[in-house]
Write a protein that binds this ligand. Structure first.
Ligand SMILES: Nc1nc2c(ncn2[C@@H]2O[C@H](COP(=O)(O)OP(=O)(O)OP(=O)(O)O)[C@@H](O)[C@H]2O)c(=O)[nH]1
Ligand SMILES: [Mg+2]
Length: 216
């Protein structure tokens, strides 16, 4: 579906309604053997530690505290699954962050395997949301994940976070740079979403993008 159709007013409204309905925590998987059955489509939130994955999941679902957030990087250490809809229509997956310098080495290794194996091998995974801090733009640690998704041919959206923390001119600049880089990547969707979990910027559009990913 083309990008303009995804963000058409009726799609935005349909997405708003779905996310205003039931959303419940399903389970936490500290290792791949604990994953739930891959019986509904999934959309996963990936990104550096502290980039705002859990906050964005809360903003999307309009439920503060559904996914745990924290100022300390490394808050999310397992794959957390959230069911949307009743009956369940799709699942959101909150993932541990990568690129967290202060974490113990073997812990980092464990998360890396978990995240990589999940992103590469999960049949139900329909799309990744790769979150990028609007203040920093795409970094090399992000490129590792993007390379992997490109190789595995898992489609993803590049999503800028914390847009409220940068000036409008800086935001325009980082959107430009991110769009440029996204264009060269085979599995990246062309539209860059600039979001703020604080101010609500881009949240309605992101809901519509998630809906687009899970309706076959
Ligand atoms: N100003 C602002 N702060 C944000 C935004 N999103 C997240 N934060 C803050 O950034 C910090 C990290 O947010 P989290 O959502 O816990 O980040 P995470 O990516 O889930 O982190 P890990 O689970 O450690 O990988 C928290 O203090 C949030 O309040 C945003 O859009 N704007
Ligand atoms: Mg988190």
């Amino acid at each position: 579906m083309s990008e303009d159709t995804i963000f058409a007013p009726e799609r935005i409204e349909a997405a708003r309604k779905i996310f205003a309905g039931p959303v419940t925590f399903l389970k936490s998987a500290p290792a791949l053997k604990f994953l739930p059955d891959a019986d509904v489509p999934e959309v996963a939130f990936a990104g550096r530690s502290n980039v705002g994955k859990s906050s964005l999941l809360n903003a999307l679902t309009n439920r503060n505290g559904l996914a745990r957030t924290s100022n300390t990087p490394g808050r999310t250490q397992e794959l957390n699954f959230f069911d949307v809809g009743e009956p369940v229509g799709f699942r959101l997956v909150d993932m541990p962050g990568y690129g967290f310098a202060k974490a113990p080495k073997d812990m980092v290794k464990q998360w890396r395997f978990l995240v990589n194996d999940f992103l590469r091998g999960r049949q139900a995974l329909k799309r990744g949301l790769v979150l990028i801090d609007a203040r920093h733009g795409i970094k090399d640690v992000d490129r590792e994940i993007l390379d992997m998704l490109d190789k595995a041919a898992v489609g993803y959206h590049l999503v800028l976070t914390k847009a409220d923390k940068v000036k409008a001119t800086e935001l325009a600049d980082v959107i430009g740079r991110t769009t440029e880089e996204g264009r060269k990547r085979p599995a990246a969707h062309p539209e860059i979403l600039a979001t703020s979990s604080e101010g609500g910027m881009g949240i309605a559009e992101l809901r519509a993008a998630v809906l687009d990913a899970v309706v076959a």
